[in-house]
Design a protein around this ligand. Structure first.
Ligand SMILES: Cc1cc2nc3c(=O)[nH]c(=O)nc-3n(C[C@H](O)[C@H](O)[C@H](O)COP(=O)(O)OP(=O)(O)OC[C@H]3O[C@@H](n4cnc5c(N)ncnc54)[C@H](O)[C@@H]3O)c2cc1C
Ligand code: SF4
Length: 331
């Protein structure tokens, strides 16, 4: 591992000032992804700025029904928050579907959203990878791609975004609050934090250098119920092949009053399934209707021989989860 300097800060401005003085700086929150990548030689920072002592570690339920989740709230604290469990069950289910108890007790909300892809070529510095070394090529397209993406992918990169939490937050219209380097705050929908790979897969987010995520805000929960389901190769310690976060409410005639769906494991960012939502809104929910809408969502999918199964799998999981939510709604 390359030698590096370490500084622990107690003030966000100080963290950002230090970060702006050295080009190869990384913020350290829980450290569970940064240190892994350093051990692998994928991340080679000169300086780690430990931000874990900043006061962004509170889950605050506000009177308007929204909840503010500090960027440094630990994953286990978020999943265990009684208000989150009761009002945003998709969020706690998504967190608990990820990693292990030990990791979740260290990992933070902001770090989870900014963790890097688990594409095996990205993690192997002996292999080319456009995301790690721009212009070096993408061996995954002709290689091991079972875990990789089918929506929003490009000729340069087909990696998937690994975070379970980000999928649930995307379905729930989360806003990300960001401290800019001049100390101001800007907020973006989580969906707009992430970039699609295009020709520049190394540029994964719209964060500027030195910007800090301070919190994630969830607006008052949508009517009805919400859920999160993850399909993976092993029961634990595995990233999603496909995951689905969904919320649904029906009106008194049984038609869809509101529906939100986001997918994980299929794209380089948490994928908000707006085609599914638009096709189902106002309709009476049937399995055939859901399957048609989900198939339309995947109409532009670009698959490899190894990951084509994800399309059928995602359609099955979307259908199962929306029908289950409809069942809960009708009880
Ligand atoms: C074996 C294993 C299995 C896992 N399984 C899953 C899984 O199934 N699902 C899942 O979702 N995750 C999984 N994870 C990932 C784990 O959840 C992440 O490692 C963790 O969420 C990262 O959080 P952290 O606080 O440790 O981030 P760090 O490692 O500290 O940071 C990650 C990145 O975010 C940046 N950063 C952190 N906080 C901020 C901030 N506030 N503002 C700006 N930048 C910031 C850092 O600079 C770094 O680039 C797994 C990890 C391991 C090691
Ligand atoms: S899919 Fe993306 S991350 Fe994986 S090897 Fe190709 S360029 Fe790298």
């Amino acid at each position: 591992m390359r030698a590096f300097a370490y500084e622990r800060v107690s003030d966000a401005g100080e963290a950002q000032r230090i970060a702006s003085e050295t080009t190869e700086t990384m913020f350290l929150a829980g450290g569970t992804n940064v240190t892994d990548l350093m051990r692998l030689g994928v991340a080679r920072p000169e300086l780690l700025v430990d931000v874990s002592g900043l006061p962004y570690d509170v889950v605050e339920h506000r009177t308007d029904g929204s909840v503010h989740i500090g960027a440094l709230v630990r994953n286990d604290d978020l999943a265990g928050d009684t208000g989150v469990r009761a009002r945003f069950p998709a969020v706690s289910k998504a967190v608990l579907a990820g990693a292990s108890g030990q990791l979740r007790s260290m990992a933070t909300t902001g770090g989870n959203l900014l963790q890097r892809t688990r594409c095996t070529y990205f993690q192997d510095v002996t292999k080319p990878c456009n995301k790690r070394v721009p212009g070096s090529g993408c061996p995954a397209i002709e290689g091991a791609s079972r875990d990789l993406g089918v929506l929003g992918v490009s000729d340069s990169c087909i990696a998937t975004h690994p975070s379970d939490l980000a999928v649930a937050l995307t379905a729930l219209d989360a806003l990300v609050h960001i401290r800019t380097t001049d100390g101001a705050t800007r907020s973006v929908p989580l969906d707009e934090l992430y970039r699609l790979p295009g020709a520049t897969p190394q540029e994964e987010t719209t964060l500027e250098r030195g910007e800090l995520i301070t919190a994630v805000e969830l607006p008052a929960p949508p009517m009805g119920s919400s859920t999160y389901r993850k399909v993976r190769d092993r029961w634990s310690y595995a990233f999603a092949l496909v995951s689905v976060a969904a919320s649904l409410s029906l009106d008194n005639t049984g038609s869809v009053q509101s529906v939100r769906v986001a997918l994980g494991g299929v794209a380089s960012k948490p994928w908000r399934a707006r085609t599914i939502e638009q096709m189902l809104l106002g309709e009476r929910l049937t399995e055939a209707g859901i399957r048609t809408a989900a198939a339309s969502e995947f109409a532009d999918a670009r698959t490899t021989a190894a990951n084509a199964f994800k399309v059928d799998l995602a359609i099955d999981v979307v259908a199962a989860e929306l029908l289950a939510l409809a069942g809960e709604e009708s009880r």
